[in-house]
Design a protein. Structure first.
Lengths: 363, 363
DNA sequence: TGTTAGCACTCATGTGTTGAGAGTGCTAAC
DNA sequence: GTTAGCACTCTCAACACATGAGTGCTAACA
C-alpha cells in the first residue's frame, strides 16, 4: 500500500504513465509508453508491470483494449513523492510579481488580479477567498446622519477595515442620541473581536444601558448584527470557469460540464468547502473530495495580510492536472500576496521573492 | 415590411408558430401546427401561408424538409404586437414581493435576491446592475487613523453611500494634518457630484491650498481618485448561468455553450452593453444585438432607488424565450425594487403593487 | 379563386455493419 | 526475468440504409 511496495522500475513506469496521461489526456498503452520514454525494456515487460500496478490499485482500465489511466491513488503518490514543484521559470515569476505590484496597496484588486493570474497560468478555474475577519478587533462604531430618517452605521476595525450600511429609522433621530449611541456602542465593543461581539447578547446589554436609546437601538441593533455577519462572511472571487472548455475531459461531455458549472454556481457550498480545508498547501484528489467533486482535484494555499488575517486561494479542475506546475504557481502567488501585504516599517514593497528557501540579494 | 402586410390569418398562423416553437424548440411543420392549434384550415393551406411568411422574412427553414422557425423579424413583430405581458399570476407576484421584502432595507441583498428571482422564474441567466452613482453629491470626506502608517479614507455621499479605503502612507501623519486634510477636502468637494469632482484638477487645487499638506496629499490624492472611480464603476451581479444547460439549443451544442459562457465571463464588456441600453423596458432580439450576441436576446428594465439613483436589471438567453412571461417578471421585479426603495414619509413599505394600472384594494 | 388532397422529393436522424487500430493477456521460447 | 508472437477485445469512424417529418407542386374541388 505504501510507495515502498514499488520497486524502482515500477515507480519509473508509473511516473511515465502519469506524465504522459497528464499531457495528452489519452489512456497510455505499453507500446506508446516504450516509445515516448526509452527505458530499455520491451512493451511486453511494461505490460507485465502495468498489470501489477493495476492490481495494486495505481492504474485502471477504461475497457479491456484501452491503455492505462492513473487512479486517484496514483496521483496521490505522484503528488506526495514524485512531482516537481519548482516548475516556475523566471518569466512566470516576473509576470506574477508585476501584476500583483500593480495594485500593491489595494487588497480588493490584488485579490482579483491573483485570481486572474491563477486561472490564466494554470488554465483552470481559480478562486480566492477574502481574508477571514473573525478575529478582527473593533475600534469604534459611528453613526453618520444622512437625512431625516436615515443614518449610516460605520464600523471600524483595528486593522483598518471599515464596513458601513445605511439604516432607515422608524422615527427621526436627534443628533444627540446618535452621538450617545456611538459612544455607548464603542465603549461596549471596543477591542473585542467580531466573533466575540457576535456571541454577546447585544440587545440585552442595551436595554439595560440607557432607556432613552431604546427606540433608536431597536432600529440599529439588527443592522449592526447583520453588518457584523457580513464582515465575517467570506467573499469568494472566481475566475476562468470557461477554461474547462479547452479540456478534453469536459469538451466531449456535456453532462460533466454542466455538473461542474452547477457546482461552481453554488458559491456558498464551495466557500464552505474551501474554508474548511487544512492550512498551508493542501491538495485533494478525486474521491478524497466530497461526492460532487469526486472526479475533480482541488489545490489550495493560504496567504496572510498584515501577518494575521488569513485568506485562501486555489484552483479546481479535473484530476488530470499539472500538479507540479499548478502547485508552484499557487505557492508563488500566495507567498507574494503575503509578502506584499506584510506589515513593514517603510512602505517599499520588496520586489524580490523566493519560494525555495534560499535567499538571493538582488539579481 | 410592417405588420399591416399581414392579414388576420397570416398573423394568427405566425403567432401559433412562434408559440409552438417557443415552447418546444423544434421547427414546427404545417401538419403538427394544424393539429395543435385547430384553426379550421388544412395543412396544405397552412403550407401556402407559411411559404408567403417565409418570403416576407418572418420564417426560415433550417433545411428543406424541416419545419419553420421564426426569424428575428418575427420575434420583433411578436414582441411589439402580439405578446401578452400580463402573464404573472398572483402566486408569482406574491413570491417576488415576499423575497424582496425579506431584505427591504439592504440594497445589496435586495439586488442579489432580485437577480436570483429573475433567473429562477425565467430559467435564464439574469443580471442586475448596481445603481449608477455619477450624480451622487459628496457630503464629507474623512480620514480615520488606523496605525502609525495607515489611515482609512472615507467618502460619504448625500444619499447615504459610504466608500472607504485603507491607505498606506509613505511617512507618518500627525493627527492635526489628518483633520486639516479632512476639512480642506470636505470644503473643496462638498455638494459636488462625483463626476464633477473627477473632472476637476484635484492635485493642482491641492498644492495651491496648503504647503504643509503636500506630502500627505501626495499619498492621499491618488487613492481618493481611485475610490471615486470605484464609486462610479457599475457593479454587475449575475445569476443562473448554468440554466442554459436545460435549453435544447445549448445542451446539444458545446460550441455554442462555450461561446455563451465566455461571453458572460467578460464582465466589463457585458456591463458596457447593459449600461448603454435605452431606458425603460428594452428588448433586443438576435441580430439587433452586437455580433457576439447575435443569436441571443436581451431584455432589460430600469429600477430607481430613492427616486433617483438608477440601476438596471435583465436577462439574457436564446432568441427563443418566453418574451411575454419574461418581460412581465422583469417589469414586476423592477417596479417592486423601485417601490421598495422609494423615499417615503413613513417607513412602511406598501405591500400592494399593480403592474396593469388598475387598482385593487386588498383582494 | 381560394382551398385541399395527393404525390414525389428532400433531408436529418437513428441503426446496423464493417474494418481498422490500439491495446491487452497469455504462452512459449530465450 | 524478459521478450516475441498471437489471438482476442473493444472503441471508433465510416458507410449504407430505412424511417419519418416536412415541403412544394399539381390538379381537382366548392
Amino acid at each position: 500500500m505504501n510507495p515502498n511496495d514499488l520497486n524502482e522500475r515500477k515507480l519509473q513506469i508509473l511516473q511515465a504513465i502519469i506524465a504522459d496521461f497528464i499531457t495528452t489526456g489519452e489512456p497510455v498503452g505499453s507500446r506508446s509508453l516504450s516509445k515516448s520514454h526509452d527505458m530499455g525494456i520491451s512493451p511486453a515487460t511494461i505490460r507485465n508491470e502495468m498489470s501489477d500496478l493495476e492490481e495494486m490499485g495505481y492504474l485502471t482500465h477504461p475497457h479491456t483494449s484501452a491503455g492505462r489511466v492513473p487512479s486517484d491513488k496514483a496521483y496521490r503518490l505522484y503528488v506526495d513523492e514524485l512531482m516537481d514543484t519548482s516548475q516556475l521559470d523566471e518569466a512566470d515569476k516576473q509576470k506574477i510579481r508585476t501584476k500583483l505590484l500593480e495594485s500593491r496597496n489595494e487588497l480588493d484588486s490584488t485579490i482579483e488580479h491573483a485570481a486572474q493570474l491563477l486561472s490564466d497560468m494554470t488554465n483552470l478555474t481559480s478562486f480566492v477567498l477574502m481574508p477571514r475577519k473573525d478575529e478582527s478587533k473593533l475600534k469604534y462604531i459611528n453613526f453618520l446622519p444622512v437625512d431625516a430618517n436615515t443614518v449610516v452605521l460605520m464600523i471600524v476595525a483595528e486593522d483598518g477595515q471599515v464596513m458601513n450600511r445605511a439604516i432607515r429609522l422608524s422615527s427621526p433621530y436627534t443628533e444627540e442620541n446618535l452621538q450617545l449611541m456611538s459612544k455607548v456602542m464603542t465603549h461596549n465593543y471596543m477591542g473585542k473581536s467580531i466573533s466575540a461581539v457576535m456571541a454577546m447578547d447585544i440587545i440585552d446589554s442595551f436595554t439595560n444601558d440607557m432607556e432613552s436609546l431604546s427606540t433608536l437601538a431597536a432600529d440599529v441593533v439588527p443592522s449592526f448584527i447583520k453588518t457584523l455577519e457580513k464582515m465575517l462572511n467570506a467573499d469568494l472571487v472566481m475566475n476562468g470557469y470557461s477554461n474547462i472548455f479547452s479540456l478534453p475531459e469536459f469538451s466531449g461531455d456535456m453532462q460533466k460540464t454542466q455538473q461542474f458549472l452547477r457546482m461552481l454556481e453554488d458559491k456558498n457550498r464551495l466557500t464552505d468547502v474551501i474554508v474548511n480545508r487544512d492550512k498551508g498547501v493542501m491538495i485533494t484528489i478525486g474521491d478524497e473530495n466530497s461526492e460532487d467533486m469526486k472526479d475533480l482535484s482541488l489545490i489550495t494555499a493560504d496567504y496572510r495580510v498584515n501577518g494575521e488575517l488569513v485568506g485562501r486561494l486555489g484552483v479546481i479542475g479535473p484530476t488530470r492536472m499539472k500538479y507540479g506546475k499548478v502547485t508552484s504557481v499557487i505557492k508563488y502567488i500566495s507567498d507574494n500576496i503575503s509578502q506584499t501585504f506584510e506589515l513593514r516599517e517603510n512602505n517599499d514593497v520588496k520586489e524580490e521573492n523566493n519560494d525555495d528557501g534560499s535567499r538571493e540579494d538582488d539579481g
